[in-house]
Design a protein around this ligand. Structure first.
Ligand SMILES: C=C1C[C@]23C[C@H]1CC[C@H]2[C@]1(C)CCC[C@@](C)(C(=O)O)[C@H]1[C@@H]3C(=O)O
Ligand code: AKG
Ligand code: FE2
Length: 376
């Protein structure tokens, strides 16, 4: 089981603890987070607007204006809102969760066939021991590529290359989910364009050939949930996140200097702004710190669809946005450059974009000094 696997990977030193769900238990040292990061009980719920997508798409003018007002207000404050009546077939999402349950309860050697290598963005990862030396997340993940241009590759291809026909039914579900979530993502960025006074086609064009990441998160039960974190505090470096939680709570968001919960609502998606889209709005919409906590009773699963522009798309806030909110705050960049920073040099937190700008300038100077092609 995953817990056993994590325990093995960190068995070298453990910390005997006094409190929690069971008296005698160990959490490997590397999974124990510093006190200031440890989860707390009794958090307030974050009040996020419930955005009815069908009502917005087919509603009257006042429905449209109300939706725009609610989304704009939430994105300017913390970047989170709930999407309901979204048109996605939840039977497909149920199948996705069934594939997740089957995959993450495979024997470790089966999962390890998809092992994600350092610097790579896709595949299976557990404990992240290869990437981080401490503050390890109590989770296993499977990251699957989704490319809107099916001529290039499919999520099914990715799974087939590793498992052949054995997991073909998983690959098909991942691809089908990717297709509906990619379409949903385009509707979301069009809505955000309307909120910002940007022609909706402008944002659609950036993401219509998206090269996205479907991240499957599996959080095994932890005997000492008050000592660790399922996913550490971070801002998503990506553009738009479409998150589906199962029935187990765990998502927390840091707003007004306090952690808040967003309880699971299995028929809706949690939508949040990532760093890349914050840059595309010249900082007007916020990419907000969030994390996931675990519990000692049951596993938790979540699927995060990270919408990203194609590799060659230049991320540059439209003039319509910058004119209303001068000056221009971010250099032009492409998503693969920010992704490389997070995969090889910088663990995503609340300052990833701040760290990215000097790193990018250094890369561009290096390219100039060595007379090689600049990263952009
Ligand atoms: C581009 C990405 C990197 C991460 C997955 C996506 C968007 C969120 C990032 C992540 C979840 C932020 C917290 C740290 C991280 C290492 C993790 O816990 O998985 C991040 C992902 C990653 O780098 O693999
Ligand atoms: O599991 C969750 O609820 C959140 C996960 C998350 O924030 C992420 O994968 O980026
Ligand atoms: Fe996240």
């Amino acid at each position: 089981m995953a817990t056993e696997c994590m325990m093995n990977s960190g068995r070298d030193s453990t910390q005997r603890v006094e409190f929690g769900c069971s008296e005698e238990s160990m959490v490997p040292e590397k999974f124990v987070w510093p006190d200031e990061f440890k989860p707390k009980e009794g958090l307030p719920e974050l009040q996020v607007p419930h955005i009815d997508l069908q009502k917005f798409l087919s509603g009257n003018q006042s429905d449209i204006e109300e939706t725009i007002r609610l989304v704009d207000e939430a994105c300017k404050k913390h970047g989170f809102f709930l999407l309901v009546n979204h048109g996605v077939d939840m039977e497909l999402v149920k199948k996705l969760h069934e594939c997740m349950e089957e995959f993450f309860t495979f024997p470790f050697d089966v999962k390890q066939k998809a092992q994600r290598k350092f610097g790579e963005n896709f595949g299976y990862a557990n404990s992240f021991i290869g990437r981080f030396s401490n503050k390890l997340p109590w989770k296993e993940t499977l990251s699957v590529p989704y490319v809107a241009d099916h001529q290039k590759s499919t999520a099914h291809d990715f799974i087939f290359q590793i498992y052949g026909n054995e997991l073909s039914h998983h690959g098909k579900v991942y691809q089908e989910c990717g297709e509906v979530l990619s379409e949903l993502g385009l509707k979301i960025v069009e809505l955000l364009g309307l909120c910002l006074g940007v022609p909706k086609e402008k944002f659609r064009k950036i993401y219509e050939d998206n090269e996205s990441i479907m991240r499957l998160n599996y959080y095994p039960p932890c005997e000492k949930p008050e000592l660790t974190l399922g996913t550490g505090p971070h801002c998503d470096p990506t553009s738009i996140t479409i998150l589906h939680q199962d029935h187990v709570s765990g998502l927390q968001v840091y707003v007004d200097d306090e952690w808040h919960t967003i309880p699971p609502t299995t028929d809706s998606f949690v939508i949040n702004i990532g760093d890349t889209f914050m840059a595309l709005t010249n900082g007007v919409y916020k990419s907000c710190l969030h994390r996931a906590v675990v519990n000692c009773k049951e596993s938790r699963k979540s699927m995060a669809f990270f919408l990203n522009p194609a590799a060659d798309k230049v991320v540059r806030a439209p003039d319509e946005v910058v004119e209303k909110n001068p000056p221009r705050k971010f250099p032009d960049f492409t998503w693969p450059m920010l992704l490389e920073l997070t995969q090889k040099f910088y663990r995503s937190d609340s300052n990833t974009l701040k760290a990215f700008i000097p790193w990018l300038e250094e890369q561009q100077k290096l390219a100039k000094d060595t007379n090689t092609a600049p990263p952009l």
